[in-house]
Design a protein around this ligand. Sequence first.
Ligand SMILES: *Cc1c(COP(=O)(O)O)cnc(C)c1O
Length: 425
Amino acid sequence: MSGIETRCVQGGYTPGNGEPRQIPIIQSTTFKYDTSEDMGKLFDLQAEGYFYSRLQNPTCDTVAARICSLEGGSAAMLTGSGQAANFFAVFNIAGAGDHVVASSAIYGGTFNLFAVTMKKMGIDFTFVSPDCTEEELDAAFRPNTKALFGETIANPALCVLDIEMFAKAAHRHGVPLIVDNTFATPVNCRPFEWGADIVTHSTTKYMDGHGSAVGGCIVDSGRFDWDAYAEKYPGLTTPDESYHGIIYTRQFGREKAFITKATSQLMRDLGSVQSPQSAFLLGLGLESLHVRMERHCANAQAVAEFLSGHEKITWVRYCGLKGDPYYERARKYLPKGSCGVVSFGVRGGRKAAETFMKHLKIAAIETHVADARTCCLHPASATHRQMNDEELAAAGVSPDLVRLSVGLESLEDLITDLDQALSAV
Ligand SMILES: *Cc1c(COP(=O)(O)O)cnc(C)c1O
């Protein structure tokens, strides 16, 4: 299965003779066995199979396999949310006393997770500008650094990550690059092709695509050589006492060690599972991802062009616009298009932005992005309200920024709606 379109529609699931054409929803917490011995082997990770849906569920695994195929990875798992995906991806290889380098232009929820909650757990983060030089990036690493983290297209700053440069820096320092690929989706960018090692997603966004189910996913490229840095990653390369001393890299190989550990330790202990029902909805969403992304990008490009020519708009950020600071980088990493999210400033600042948003009829005010319906948000008073002005600036969020997630409605209707709301300002 080579085409990305074919993988969206059929990846991860090939029914046998007489089996359901659509991915079955296995809405069952538990699975039946004939002998305790059979089940014991599963508990010891000596055999593959299902015993409890907190660890693994067939519907979730099938949908994870579809995303794995889309990203070109070696193993994948679903999580209950994008937050859980990013937490697990980092916590799987970093603990108290460790350090992680992250781009400062990331989703507000991820910033809080790293800078506040994981800091309380004893993990230190250094934030670097997504536009830092190689030297500045190198200088952020410490002997106890365990990972480098960034977003392909930052939400909501819309900076495009120089994935290749970040991957090279990570590998110079013997750590994996983790990329949150939520906004681009694997239809528009596959970070593994540029050297990233692990990819995360909030599947809540374009993958689900209809605003119906919160979820996340982690995909491993299977390429990072944990054993080459064994002393840095003891969790993967030394015996796990909670599984009678198995060693993940030895038992599951470089391809499966990371995801197996995240499933059998973190999911077992922290339990942020995606429900089989939600995974089914995600699987449905993935079937049209390639078609929807194309239209999201076309609509967003036209909306961005309309806004940048409007007298009541002071600035527009969309990497598909010539003159955007990320235009060239987007041509390299996102040749087919970026995403449907456009950000801009309304003349008159915060107050004018609020008036504008109040008058929109088609675009609704929501703490959401990336579904079929157009919506908008003022991040400084919502998702990023925990940040002070300095942190806002580092995250690329100005107080007047309006984030518009362009949906799949008629382009003409969208532009008419924006135009009438701007007239009210
Ligand atoms: C929304 C989002 C998240 C968090 O995902 P949830 O599914 O809301 O937990 C993480 N990263 C990015 C880039 C996001 O847009």
